[in-house]
Design a protein around this ligand. Structure first.
Ligand code: SF4
Length: 196
C-alpha cells in the first residue's frame, strides 16, 4: 500500500475550504452571525469531521500546554458520554468567551454554518444553494480522504488517539473491518462508500 502524502492532502483540503468560501461569499453577506455568538457550537450538537481534518486538529491538541491539553481530553470524553445520552453537546473547543480554540483549523462542518436570521436556539437559516454547495464540498473532502472516515469530532479524535489506527490510516491502509463494531455503534461513515 502506498504511503499517503498527508501534507499534500492537507494543502488540498485548505484549497477546498478556500474555494467554498469564494463560492458562498455572496450568500454570507446576508449573514446575521456576529462575534461572540456561538449558538452553532452549542445548540447544533453534531460537528462531524473527516479523519483528515481530525489529524490536523489532533496535531494542534498535542501542542497545547497543560492543563489545557488534559481539559480538552476531558471535554471530548464528556462529549462522547453526552452523545450516548442523546444530549446536545457544547463543543469541546469552545472557550468561555465563546471564541473557538481552533478557529484557523476548524473543520468544514463549522465553516459551512451561518444564518441569515438570529438562531436563538433554533436551527440556522441558510440559503438552499449554499446548503447544496456545502453537500458537494463534504463529498469532495470525503473523496480526498478516501481511506478515512467521517463522524462526530469526539469520535474521530478518539479513533485517532489509538496509535495502531492512526499509523495504519497515515500509511494509507483502508481497513474498515477493524473499526466495524465501533463504526456501526457510533454512526461512523466510511468516506470511500459515502462519496460516489
Ligand atoms: S470547532 Fe470551533 S467553530 Fe467549530 S463548533 Fe467547536 S468551537 Fe465552534
Amino acid at each position: 500500500m502506498m504511503k499517503v502524502n498527508i501534507e499534500e492532502k492537507k494543502q488540498k483540503l485548505y484549497a477546498i475550504y478556500d474555494q467554498y468560501e469564494k463560492d458562498v461569499v455572496e450568500f454570507k453577506k446576508a449573514s446575521a452571525c456576529v462575534i461572540g455568538c456561538a449558538d452553532c457550537c452549542i445548540d447544533v450538537g453534531k460537528i462531524d469531521i473527516t479523519t483528515l481534518e481530525g489529524i490536523i486538529i489532533r496535531d494542534k491538541i498535542v501542542k497545547f500546554e497543560e492543563p489545557l491539553r488534559s481539559e480538552i481530553k476531558e471535554r471530548l470524553e464528556k462529549n462522547r458520554v453526552e452523545i450516548e445520552q442523546k444530549k446536545l453537546v457544547r463543543c469541546a473547543f469552545l472557550k468561555e468567551d465563546k471564541s473557538c480554540l481552533i478557529y484557523h483549523i476548524r473543520p468544514f462542518s463549522c465553516r459551512q454554518l451561518y444564518s441569515v436570521k438570529k438562531c436563538n436556539g433554533a436551527a440556522p437559516t441558510i440559503h438552499r444553494q449554499a446548503i447544496e454547495l456545502a453537500r458537494q464540498t463534504v463529498r469532495e473532502i470525503q473523496r480526498l480522504d478516501s481511506n478515512g472516515y467521517s463522524g462526530h469530532i469526539s469520535y474521530i479524535l478518539y479513533l485517532l488517539d489509538n496509535r495502531n489506527f492512526r499509523r495504519s490510516y497515515l500509511r494509507g491502509n483502508f481497513e474498515p473491518e477493524k473499526i466495524a463494531l465501533f463504526g456501526r455503534s457510533h454512526k461512523i461513515m466510511i468516506n470511500r462508500f459515502s462519496s460516489p
